[in-house]
Design a binder for this molecule. Structure first.
Ligand code: PMP
Length: 403
């Protein structure tokens, strides 16, 4: 007779990684020093493994806003938005976000993950969703929870997408869903071509702007602003756990669609609303994102510095143009060894292995904050260079660059 717990007992990966001293997950952070450095096992390490892109989690104004909200409203709303969990603060955040994102309406939801799950509310039995194979897990699950048929296209392969669109039932409701910036490798979706295809095949278009809101576009409105295609993108999703230094997510788009989701999406109506502290922190961060574009400029300068720095050493950083800078390693075990050496040398970065990336494409994901200092960044580069040489990821000497 089988037991549903059997799979847990026979799961070896965890034990093997632990025994080899190569287990990189759930590292416990004991203290934070301005977010760019944290303490682990009593040691200070430079944090280049966080999505706190603008460094606002350590901003005194954001912290104070969160504290004030707790004092005014307490620690939780203890209920869903639909019933007792809507504060004036939630409504203020929604109104401000709708204005910021140039959309008729915005809906805030308790986490970014749940925000993508809420997409399921509009995916009916006769609809078809076209989804990039590398879309974030929360989009994958949001689609799975809906009733629509799913058609996955190869990552950023829009010829493949077009074939799928052309083969689909012409009268079915259609929506194309894509990450704006892909979370593991930092590459962008090809929005201009997606818009073209959406128009040609009468499909709606949604972007997940988790990694681009607050980061890309002149005003930080994300990937559609970056490409100058805001009006052509029907639905936009964002999270507050990254540039907004908080926890929660937002869906923005036409009033009727957002209003329908507000009343029908199960992650909204059956889950407690964002806490007062989270809403207040997101609101204050939004204010700072609007008022201080220099943070975005600094972040993008840092991203360029790191890309160039890694490439000059001979590392492969792929096609990212964002503050997510992947350092490709390839082999999974080597990736874990690289991670461990970084950890011991005082750099916190994340190893990424399948299924988050394809087999044989393991990488160290680094990501930056506008508040990193040049000294910290140079130390990170220096550490990567030493380890990369030692582990034969890069050549013994720097490659010659021909101008
Ligand atoms: N979408 C993307 C592209 C993400 O990378 C993430 C989280 N890393 C999410 C959605 C979920 O957001 P959250 O962690 O804020 O719940």
């Amino acid at each position: 007779m089988s037991d549903v717990f059997d799979k847990c007992r026979s799961w070896k990966d965890y034990r093997i990684a632990k025994a080899a001293g190569l287990y990189p997950y759930f590292r416990s952070i004991e203290a934070s020093h301005g977010a760019t450095e944290v303490e682990i096992e009593g040691r200070r390490v430079i944090m280049v493994g966080s999505n706190n892109y603008l460094g606002l989690s350590a901003d005194p104004r954001v912290k104070e806003a969160a504290v004030r909200a707790v004092e005014k409203f307490g620690t939780t709303c203890s209920g869903s938005r639909l019933l007792n969990g809507t504060l004036a603060l939630h409504e203020e955040l929604e109104a401000r976000l709708a204005k910021f994102l140039n959309r008729e309406s915005a809906l805030v939801i308790s986490t970014g993950f749940q925000t993508n799950l809420a997409l399921s509310a509009i995916l009916g039995r006769h609809d078809i969703v076209f989804s990039d194979r590398q879309n974030h897990a929360s989009l994958v699950d949001g689609i799975r929870l809906g009733f629509a048929t799913e058609r996955k296209y190869r990552h950023n392969d829009l010829e493949h997408l077009e074939q799928l669109l052309a083969a689909a039932e012409p009268n079915a409701g259609k929506i194309i869903v894509t990450d704006g910036v892909f979370s593991m490798e930092g590459d962008l979706c090809n929005l201009p071509r997606l818009v073209e295809l959406a128009k040609r095949y009468n499909a709606r278009l949604m972007t997940d702007d988790a990694h681009s809101m607050g980061v890309l576009g002149t005003h930080g409105r994300g990937v559609s602003e970056y490409f100058g295609l805001e009006a052509e993108t029907d639905l936009v999703m964002g999270t507050f756990s990254k540039s907004f230094a908080s926890l929660g997510g937002v869906l923005a788009g036409p009033f009727e669609v957002i209003n329908y989701m507000r009343h029908k999406a199960r992650p909204v109506i059956f889950s407690a609303s964002m806490t007062p502290a989270s809403v207040a922190a997101a609101l204050k961060s939004l204010e700072i994102i609007e008022a201080e574009p220099e943070r975005r400029a600094r972040l993008l300068d840092i991203a360029e510095k790191m890309h160039n720095g890694f490439r000059a050493m001979g590392f492969d950083t792929g096609v990212s143009v964002t503050p997510v800078v992947p350092v490709h390693i390839g082999d999974q075990v080597k990736c874990f060894r690289f991670w461990k050496a970084l950890h011991e040398a005082g750099v916190f970065a994340n190893p990424v292995i399948p299924p988050a990336v394809e087999a044989g494409h393991a990488l160290i994901r680094t990501s930056y904050m506008a508040t990193h200092t040049d000294a910290q960044l140079d130390q990170v580069l220096d550490t990567f260079e030493k380890i990369g040489r030692r582990l034969n990821v890069i050549p013994e000497t720097r490659p010659t660059v021909y101008e």
